[in-house]
Structure formats: structure tokens, C-alpha cells
Design a protein around this ligand. Structure first.
Ligand SMILES: Cc1ncc(COP(=O)(O)O)c(C=O)c1O
Length: 399
């Protein structure tokens, strides 16, 4: 008998595997040290606080991870939320509306399975376009059809929720929104957040706000869904149908920790935790102790933002006068408009030993077949300054 595996997995895609295939026949330009700007992985050292706190809590490695979050972790996150979103101060109840997760990817992936059951025939999952791959994979794994939301083009990238028809809304099980967004660094307007939540409540679906880039900003902290919703609604149901996700991966240059949190509708948090308790690994106690220390400390985040601003200053210089460049308010990506992203990606590798990501690997074609990502490349500004400088110079030299 043939082994039958879940055919849904065959639909998963990886932008990075596609990139490997795109440049497989090329050698990086000889004589140049290859520079990697295709992955959004912070290259900075995480704060010393991380390793120190893990070492101080080494006695807890024998414990199974406290899945829902240690009291210290939950208290540190509540403290962070109060400082970061004063308009929502004290509103999130740590005992039922907050949970530790093993980074946002875990929660993003499980959220679709939590939200989509048998109540809705032919379910769909709404997501932006471009989108983070996990939204799509989660939707497919949960048996939903991904539907990509139309977006205005360069340089504003606004999502048009009015364009979703009623028939689609009736089939929707989950809506993913990313703010600040990857790759555009765009912040959702408060009215868009409120509109999304109103739609979710009217049609009985879940909205997931992926805010893992919330701390990567230009000195003007972007609005967050928690604050927007708290200010709009003083009732106990202010978090209904909502899940908000945060992570230490980018904020604290600690992608290896796999630590984040969700805040949201107590019913959703409880269901998510049922799934997690049965099926996932969860963040170990010593790492939760370190996470508590990191969420309690803002000084290292200020330093991270200074390094980020210096890299964007370099991008401003290298792309000065180039019409396809816009400095984003948030995030660590340059979403650069070019005539043909895939062709430029190949040239950058072959002629400049620089790896970037073609925009079309982060987007899906619209129903008319047009792929809005084709005219973009994504550059991750995650390197030390001299490396970022050299990488940006290599791009500018081919524009
Ligand atoms: C938009 C977006 N969401 C989520 C993630 C996952 O981050 P984490 O490390 O918190 O799982 C990423 C990582 O690149 C991302 O770009």
C-alpha cells in the first residue's frame, strides 16, 4: 500500500527554497565576499541580559515548560503592555487574556486551526498580499482557501477591506493582518483596525493582528490593536474575536529564543492553549525567565532602534533620487521597486555576490494573473553597519 501523506502540505511554499532554485545555476561574483540580505534575521547580538538570566535559571531545565507562561513572564508582559500602550493600561487580564507562545509563528500557525471548524462550509482565510508565508500555510493546513486582500500600490500599500464581498465574508474563518507589515513597514490605520474587528464580529470570524515588528520604528511608536480597541470600547467584550501577537525575535534580536506572547479574546486564548498543551513544545522555563527580563527592559530596544536608523540613513544615501525607494516608518526591510525583481535578484548574485529576495516570492497573483510583487525586491537591513553599507552600495550600483 502506498504511503498517503496529507496532500495539503504539497501546497506549502518557501520563498527561500524558490530563491535557491532561482540562482542555482549561478556562482556569486568572484572576488567579492557574499552578503546575505534576503532573510529578516537580526544579526545583532542579543542583550547580555538574555544569557545571564538563562544561566541564573539553569535549575529549571528539568521542568516541562510552563505552557501558558510563568507568573513572572505574564507579569512582565503586562508591564510592557502598560508602558507601550498606556491607552490600554490594565485592560488585558493576564490570567485569561494573555499567554506565552513559542514565538509568533507558533501562534500564527495554530490560530487558523483554532478558528476554522466545521461550522463554515468552504472556509476562507483572508490575508494581505504580500504576506508572511505562515499565514498561507496555516490556512491551507486548516482546510481553508487563502484569499489575498487587494492593496493600493507603492508607496502607501493600504489594504482595502471594503473590497471584500459579502459572500467571501460569510465564508471567512480568520483574517490575518500584519502591522507594521513585512515587507512594506506600513502601519495599519486605527480605523482599519476597528473596521476589521467590526467585520469579524458581524461575521463571526477571528482577526489576528501580527505585531511582531511593533518595536522597530523610527522613534514614533506605531499604534497597536490593543490600544486602538481599548480606547474605542470600554466594555468587557473589547477583545472579542481578536488575537494580538508580539515577539522577542526582532525586538530583542533573539529569534533563537522562540518566545512571544498572545493577548486577546479569552475564548480564543483558551482554545489555543488546549491545542498547545496537547501538541507543541512551548518555551522552556529558563527562556521564559529571560523573556520576562527582556520585556521588562526597554533600554536595549532603544539601542536596537538607533542601529536600525543608522542603516536606513545609509539606504537614504545610497538610494537618494531613486524613485522606487521609500524609507519605511517601521520594520527592517527595504521594499524596493525595480523593473523586474527576479531578474535583478539573479544579477545581484552573479555580478555583486549579494543575495536578496524577489518580491514575487512574497505575493500571490491577483485573479487577473498580475503579481504585484514582481516589481520589487526585499532587502533585510539586519547586518552590522559596514556590511549593510556595502550591500546597499552593491544594489545601488545596479539600479
Ligand atoms: C510578519 C512576520 N510574522 C511573524 C514572524 C515570525 O516571527 P517569530 O520569530 O516571532 O516566530 C516573522 C518572521 O520573520 C514575520 O516576518
Amino acid at each position: 500500500m502506498t504511503l498517503h501523506l496529507n496532500e495539503r502540505i504539497d501546497q506549502f511554499e518557501s520563498p527561500f527554497r524558490r530563491l535557491d532554485a532561482l540562482i542555482a545555476d549561478l556562482q556569486p561574483a568572484p572576488g567579492l565576499t557574499p552578503i546575505l540580505m534576503h532573510v529578516g534575521e537580526p544579526q545583532d547580538e542579543p542583550p547580555a541580559l538574555l544569557a545571564q538570566t538563562v544561566a541564573a535559571n539553569a535549575h529549571d531545565w528539568n521542568r516541562y515548560p510552563p505552557s501558558l507562561g510563568t507568573p513572572a513572564f505574564l507579569a512582565a508582559v503586562a508591564g510592557y503592555l502598560d508602558r507601550r500602550y498606556p491607552g490600554a493600561r490594565g485592560r488585558v487580564r493576564p490570567d485569561r487574556e494573555l499567554s506565552s507562545v513559542a514565538s509568533t509563528r507558533e501562534a500564527l500557525f495554530l490560530a487558523a486551526s483554532v478558528a476554522i471548524g466545521q461550522a463554515r462550509p468552504q472556509p476562507v482565510a483572508l490575508m494581505p498580499n504580500p504576506f508572511y508565508q505562515t499565514y498561507r500555510a496555516a490556512a491551507i493546513m486548516a482546510g481553508a482557501t487563502p484569499v489575498y486582500l487587494p492593496q493600493s500600490g507603492f508607496p502607501r500599500f493600504e489594504i482595502d477591506l471594503d473590497a471584500i464581498d459579502e459572500a467571501t465574508l460569510a465564508r471567512t474563518g480568520i483574517l490575518y493582518l500584519c502591522s507594521p507589515s513585512n515587507p512594506e513597514g506600513q502601519v495599519l490605520a486605527p480605523e482599519r483596525m476597528r473596521q476589521a474587528v467590526a467585520l469579524a464580529r458581524r461575521h463571526g470570524f477571528l482577526v489576528v493582528f501580527d505585531e511582531c515588528y511593533a518595536e522597530l520604528h523610527d522613534g514614533h511608536p506605531p499604534v497597536g490593536a490593543l490600544e486602538v480597541l481599548a480606547q474605542a470600547d470600554g466594555s468587557a467584550g473589547w477583545l472579542d474575536n481578536v488575537l494580538v501577537l508580539h515577539s522577542l525575535s526582532k525586538r530583542s534580536s533573539a529569534a533563537g529564543m522562540r518566545s512571544g506572547f498572545v493577548a486577546g479574546d479569552a475564548r480564543v486564548v483558551a482554545a489555543l492553549n488546549k491545542v498547545r498543551l496537547n501538541g507543541t513544545a512551548c518555551t522552556p522555563a529558563p527562556l521564559q525567565a529571560a523573556a520576562a527580563a527582556l520585556w521588562s527592559d526597554d533600554a536595549h530596544v532603544v539601542q536596537m532602534r538607533e542601529r536600525l536608523a543608522a542603516r536606513f540613513d545609509l539606504a537614504d544615501r545610497h538610494f537618494a533620487g531613486y524613485a522606487g525607494y521609500r524609507r519605511p516608518p517601521c520594520g527592517f526591510f527595504v521594499w524596493l521597486r525595480v523593473p523586474d525583481g527576479a531578474a535583478l535578484t539573479r544579477r545581484l548574485w552573479a555580478e555583486r555576490a549579494l543575495k536578496v529576495l524577489p518580491g514575487e516570492y512574497l505575493t500571490q497573483p491577483a485573479p487577473d494573473g498580475r503579481n504585484s510583487g514582481r516589481e520589487f525586491i526585499r532587502l533585510a537591513l539586519v547586518q552590522p553597519l559596514p556590511v549593510a553599507d556595502e550591500g546597499l552600495a552593491r544594489v545601488a550600483s545596479l539600479l
